[in-house]
Design a protein around this ligand. Structure first.
Ligand SMILES: Nc1ncnc2c1ncn2[C@@H]1O[C@H](COP(=O)(O)OP(=O)(O)OP(=O)(O)O)[C@@H](O)[C@H]1O
Ligand SMILES: Nc1nc2c(ncn2[C@@H]2O[C@H](COP(=O)(O)O)[C@@H](O)[C@H]2O)c(=O)[nH]1
Length: 222
């Protein structure tokens, strides 16, 4: 369909307040996999690319997967209040650059976050109304370890450290709006898309509704 045709089908209530969709999980449950699939299928949502002090994994691209920065640069961003939230996870620092998130929301698009429970709590303190939070559980602990191992991007020691923290991470699932058990990727993606579709339709996010309804009432009175 052409742009003009799409535009002409737009109704006044299609103007939306952008939302912030957060995915959290124990390491290896599938956040990155689901994020990539969602971003590929939906043009109205953009990833918040975090800054981190952790080393780049094979295949990761600076500016795409993360902004890889050193500890002094991270501390400067904290001091300048340039991060919406930040946390130490597995002994590395991670944070969400504020400017990019604000620019995306201002352009009318939604923002996707792949962050841990500490960052989610900080975002909730600042913007609960705009936040939709999803916790992703693995089908089992054995499967979680299998996924971390077969991903083959971390040493055995790093995998062991992440497995040791998994139970603690998972204990936060009840703080989230939605929980998905990521057994089958296609099914999880479909469920994530359903959550996003429904959340976009919440009355509080549809900005032009009163003008739209008033216009119809005037038309009906003619
Ligand atoms: N539903 C699934 N079934 C089988 N394998 C999966 C599934 N979802 C993800 N995987 C695989 O599990 C591994 C870990 O997934 P992924 O990197 O997406 O996890 P993550 O939650 O982003 O981890 P981290 O927090 O460490 O970044 C990858 O190799 C991925 O291909
Ligand atoms: N609080 C934040 N947590 C973040 C951010 N970016 C990533 N993360 C979380 O860190 C762990 C480890 O990630 P990995 O890429 O090293 O495997 C994972 O739980 C991420 O969700 C962030 O900006 N803030």
């Amino acid at each position: 369909m052409s742009d003009a045709a799409t535009t002409s089908r737009r109704l006044p209530h299609d103007r939306r307040r952008g939302l912030m969709l957060v995915l959290s999980s124990p390491s290896g449950a599938g956040k990155t996999t689901l994020s990539r699939r969602l971003l590929a299928s939906d043009d109205d949502i953009a990833l918040s690319v975090s800054v981190t002090t952790r080393a780049k994994r094979p295949g990761e691209v600076d500016g795409v997967d993360y902004h890889f920065i050193d500890k002094p640069a991270f501390q400067r961003m904290v001091d300048d209040d340039a991060l919406l939230e930040h946390a130490t996870v597995f002994e590395n620092s991670y944070g969400t650059p504020r400017a990019a998130v604000e620019a995306t929301l201002a352009s009318g698009r939604d923002v996707l976050f792949d962050i841990d429970w500490q960052g989610t709590q900080q975002l909730a303190d600042r913007a609960r109304d705009d936040l939709v939070t999803v916790f992703i559980l693995p089908p089992s602990i054995v499967e979680l370890e299998r996924r971390l191992t077969t991903r083959a991007q971390d040493s055995a020691e790093v995998v062991a450290r992440r497995m040791a923290k998994a139970a603690d991470e998972m204990s936060h699932y009840a703080e989230y709006d939605y929980v998905l058990v990521n057994d089958d990727v296609d099914r999880s993606l479909a469920n994530l898309e359903a959550i996003l579709r429904a959340e976009r339709l919440r009355r509080k996010r549809q900005l032009g509704l009163s003008g739209f309804v008033n216009g119809m009432r005037e038309d009906a009175g003619r």
